[in-house]
Design a protein around this ligand. Sequence first.
Ligand code: FEO
Length: 174
Amino acid sequence: MKEPLSRAFSAQINKEYFSAFFYLVMSDYLDAIGFKGAASWTYVQYQEELAHAQNLVHYLHARNENVKYMTIADPSGEWNGIKDVFLSILKHEESVTESISELATLAMQSGDHAAYTFLHWYIAEQVEEEGNVQDVIDKLQIAEDNQNALLTIDNLLGARVYVEPIVPGVGTSI
Ligand code: FEO
């Protein structure tokens, strides 16, 4: 793997770990304001983000590359209610989508077909994540301040369970 591409993979690993802790902080906040289902949903996403990072680590290992671990940015934030959290998630995932796209472009420009193909899973995953979050935002917009509707949405979010992502190219994940 060419050095700039390897470095960009390490930078993406850092972003995925940041994502994990960002979701963890949001999970704590949602729990504190009484949305236990949404807190559970974001905790599941925290677990997914750890797997996203770890699968990138496994991929670099499979390519005999070293990971450059970097300081993870402060994930703390302030929100004004559940909808604000999900709007913040969407904005964050849009930035991750951009970052993955740039990484895939670099893989392509480096002529690294293996890395480019590997990243297709991440590209598809971003489409799914943005779609899921937009769906939650749509529901929250319909509910507005209706407490019963908000609790129903919270219950639905609480039904999400963690399923370990299987990323082609690295076998089973963490
Ligand atoms: Fe690892 Fe939320 O994308």
